[in-house]
Design a protein around this ligand. Structure first.
Ligand SMILES: [Zn+2]
Length: 495
């Protein structure tokens, strides 16, 4: 018997590897099946068996004991910068705290808050965090508040290499937009547009995908990422959908995510975002749309009719007082739902618990949704959104993208059912091992090719540097000490 620690981080074990544990989640017929003491065999990056008992010869057997061998989780809006929401959660309103560019900052000329090295580093660090949480497929997302305009090709070339080094499956290209919101007066936000910048961003993204798609043994995949519906022009989105068809890739764009978007869409186009896209023939199954928390009933019918997938990130929505209305109602309409972290902590299991709670609260019913339905969204739903059947499930022929979750972690309640226990546990910290493409990307908190402790220290320094620049692009340029007050008053000098 081989111990997990006998495997080499960053490497794919040679020959057939059989893994077993108290529980295996295998795909059979048309859905996940729990297999007590099941066996999974992988070879050359593929699963060749997932079921009860494997009769063939194997090079090694690994027993994870009291654990669940699960398909790796799929994150459709995976945090890929150093999240800043913590700055404003207790310091509101956001427009007064640097969440919207004031006119004075736009006029002086927006600039990159990070150096190219910092931009590359934060994606690498973020990818490490995703792996620590059992996420094996990620479509990175980052805030554009801190950018001169859109994301850059250089940082995405670096991100593609980071995905290859660490061993994470990614769907990505630099995010672009033709507009942004500007703060004219307290609480008064208006859009400003620059069509050429949007079209140039799309051209960069297309050439990035042509160059990068398929690299690192297929870990790197293209996905177009226009930022959000209200800051994209019709022309930009028409060309985006044409490009997606030519490249055969998905498009992700924030949609029905908030009140400001709704008001802006009505002011600009007289209809909601989903309605506007549908009216213009741009609503189709290539679209992955975070967050749908502000979609009307009519909007949701359009998602269903046009087979648009929702990227559901209940943690970030709930923290801002919002919820999808509701997970169960969308499922009933036949809408495909995948899951997303979209914030720190990038913890998918925490998001599944939030999704369960949010749905039951909005339906006012304790049986409105089950743990398995949330787990389906984080695996099968995400894969469907991405148009893939070789991830999000463990069966003969799928990619060996696997997360092993411990069930005997001291913080876990005794297991009754592994899925129920993991969803109710609400913490990705119980992730023991992650394989992507059959390669060991994470084991016991260690990530291949990245020292997470050193990276955490560097991330802190980088974050502190960003905060110091906040006054530059905040309303009335107040000092940091006035922008962000401490949770409790600081004890006075000499007290
Ligand atoms: Zn979002």
């Amino acid at each position: 018997m081989t111990r997990p620690t006998d495997l080499t981080l960053g490497q794919r074990p040679a020959g057939r590897t059989l893994m077993t544990a108290d529980w295996l989640l295998a795909y059979h017929d048309d859905g996940h099946r729990l297999v007590p003491r099941g066996e999974l065999v992988m070879e050359d990056g593929k699963v060749i068996f997932a079921g009860r008992r494997f009769d063939g010869v194997v090079a090694r057997r690994i027993d994870f004991g009291s654990a669940l061998i699960s398909p790796g989780l799929i994150d459709l809006d995976a945090l890929s910068d150093i999240d800043t929401y913590g700055l404003v959660t207790d310091n509101q309103p956001g427009w007064a705290k640097g969440r919207i560019w004031p006119r004075s900052y736009v006029e002086r000329g927006p600039y990159e808050m990070y150096t190219p090295e910092e931009l590359a580093f934060q994606k690498r660090f973020a990818f490490g965090l995703l792996l620590l949480n059992g996420i094996t497929t990620a479509a990175p997302i980052a805030s554009l508040y801190y950018r001169e305009w859109g994301e850059t090709v250089a940082e995405f070339d670096a991100a593609a290499d980071a995905a290859g080094d660490l061993g994470l499956r990614v769907f990505l290209s630099p995010a672009y937009r033709s507009g942004g919101m500007v703060l004219e007066a307290p609480g008064k936000m208006v859009p400003m547009f620059d069509e050429q910048k949007g079209l140039a961003g799309l051209a960069d993204a297309v050439s990035f995908i042509e160059r990068q798609h398929g690299r690192h043994g297929g870990l790197v995949n293209g996905m177009l990422a226009p930022d959000r519906v209200e800051t994209c022009t019709l022309e930009l989105l028409r060309r985006t959908m044409d490009a997606a068809r030519d490249l055969d890739c998905r498009v992700r764009m924030h949609l029905a995510q908030g009140k400001l978007e709704l008001e802006t869409m009505h002011a600009l186009h007289g209809v909601s975002g989903p309605q506007w896209l549908a009216d213009n023939g741009l609503f189709n199954e290539r679209l992955i749309a975070p967050h749908a928390t502000h979609a009307s009933e009519r909007d949701l019918q359009l998602y269903a009719e046009h087979r648009v997938s929702i990227a559901h990130s209940p943690l970030v929505s709930a923290r801002m007082g919002g919820t999808l209305n509701s997970f169960a109602a969308c499922r009933k309409l036949g809408i495909n739902i995948g899951m997303a972290t979209d914030t720190a902590p990038p913890d998918m299991l925490m998001n599944l618990l939030m999704g369960l709670v949010g749905c039951r609260v909005s339906e006012k019913a304790s049986d409105a949704v089950s743990s398995a339905e949330l787990f389906d969204a984080a695996t099968l739903g995400g894969a469907k959104a991405l148009g893939r059947t070789d991830i999000g499930r463990l069966a003969s022929g799928t990619n060996a993208d696997i997360a092993v979750f411990r069930l005997d972690d001291p913080c876990m309640t005794p297991t009754i059912d592994p899925i129920t226990t993991l969803v109710l546990g609400g913490s990705g910290k119980v992730t023991q091992a992650v394989f992507v493409d059959g390669r060991l990307s994470m084991l016991d908190g260690e990530v291949a090719n990245l020292d997470m402790r050193a990276a955490r220290e560097r991330a802190q320094r980088q974050f502190d540097g960003l905060v110091a620049k906040y006054p530059d692009r905040s309303w009335q340029h107040r000092p940091v000490s006035e922008l962000f007050s401490p949770s409790y008053p600081l004890l006075a000098e000499g007290a």
